[in-house]
Write a protein that binds this ligand. Structure first.
Ligand SMILES: NC(=O)c1ccc[n+]([C@@H]2O[C@H](COP(=O)([O-])OP(=O)(O)OC[C@H]3O[C@@H](n4cnc5c(N)ncnc54)[C@H](OP(=O)(O)O)[C@@H]3O)[C@@H](O)[C@H]2O)c1
Length: 289
């Protein structure tokens, strides 16, 4: 198959490049210097010669707080570009794998969100991703796979794990919020799910995170414990739980955004979600190496 990945330098794109390194497909990664996904003309000119079988959209505007004041740029990537890419796929008979977010939900449910639960995004980023979902499902309902995920990290790029490791090495003590509950997700597992969806052209909406549940505070404690054990940190520092009210951010975040993965467990038979703590340990091993 000819697989085209939009995005070159993000966390998911990095893991997709490793996942697709030695496989049988022709794979092309396109970054912002190669294609302007906000322009249908640029998409047509760049993608038409590639005879795309499957397009995986690993690009997004992911600066959640900045998005509150930068809605035009955020909407251009998360909404307009998704619509453009879906239109190209429809016109050219290609399948599209697209990734969305737990931020499309309001975070009030208190039990894992099902794929068909109503969406009610709270901030500009979540709203833009929700509009992108809507465009994809309207244009390509029978030739697309929409995968919602959450709390993504990898050894490549900026993320909570790397921020914690830096702060834990620099600071005498840290405070971390304990009233937002979700599931940390290693981008490697997410990339495996995207490749499975691409290879099998798995149609529908799915949720993919690692297994288990945590608060950011739980996640921070696990990062420190495993990092000390593996010699990535010399010592532990006190990590104290605080409520979100003591750490105000421009964008409102869902308090509870655990995603139900039952349909993904069945659909992505070749890859099963692994508990987040085990995935974290593997990623820290990779960082150490
Ligand atoms: N990170 C999370 O915690 C999280 C949580 C839930 C869902 N998600 C979703 O998961 C997916 C992957 O996220 P990620 O963590 O891999 O994001 P990321 O590391 O921020 O990467 C985003 C990618 O999008 C590219 N991009 C941004 N604007 C672009 C443009 N105008 N043209 C072309 N490329 C552009 C970036 O390229 P540059 O490097 O050149 O800027 C980068 O490669 C996204 O759909 C995101 O919404 C992420």
């Amino acid at each position: 198959m000819n697989i085209v990945i939009i995005g070159k330098s993000g966390q998911l794109a990095f893991e997709l490049s490793r996942e697709l390194e030695n496989n049988e497909h022709d794979v092309t990664f396109l970054g912002r210097d190669d294609i302007d996904i906000t322009s249908s003309d640029s998409i047509d000119a760049t993608l038409a010669p590639l005879s795309v079988d499957v397009l995986i959209n690993a690009s997004a505007y992911t600066a959640v707080d900045k998005a509150e004041d930068d809605t035009v740029a955020c909407n251009a990537i998360n909404m307009v570009a998704v619509k453009n890419l879906a239109n190209f796929c429809k016109a050219n008979g290609a399948f599209m794998v697209h990734v969305s977010t737990d931020y499309v939900f309001n975070g009030h449910k208190g039990s894992p969100y099902l794929t068909d639960d109503p969406i009610e995004p709270q901030g500009a980023y979540g709203k833009s991703k929700a509009e992108g979902e809507k465009a994809l499902l309207e244009i390509l309902p029978e030739a697309s796979c929409l995968i919602r995920t959450a709390w993504v990290y990898s050894s490549h790029g900026n993320n909570f794990v790397k921020t914690m490791l830096r702060l834990m090495a620099e600071k005498p003590q840290l405070t971390v919020i304990d009233d937002q509950i979700g599931t940390p997700t290693w981008a490697k597992g997410l990339a495996e799910a995207c490749v499975s969806a691409a290879e099998n052209k798995t149609v529908g909406i799915y949720h993919w995170t690692d297994e288990g549940v945590a608060s950011w505070y739980d996640f921070a404690l696990a990062i420190q414990e495993l990092a000390v054990e593996k010699g990535l940190l010399d010592k532990s520092i006190p990590v104290l739980p605080i409520p979100s009210s003591q750490y105000p951010t421009p964008a409102k975040r869902p308090h509870y955004s655990v995603l139900d993965k039952q349909t993904a467990r069945e659909a992505f038979a070749s890859c099963k979600p692994t508990h987040w703590r085990k995935q974290l340990a593997s990623m820290l091993d990779e960082l150490k190496a």
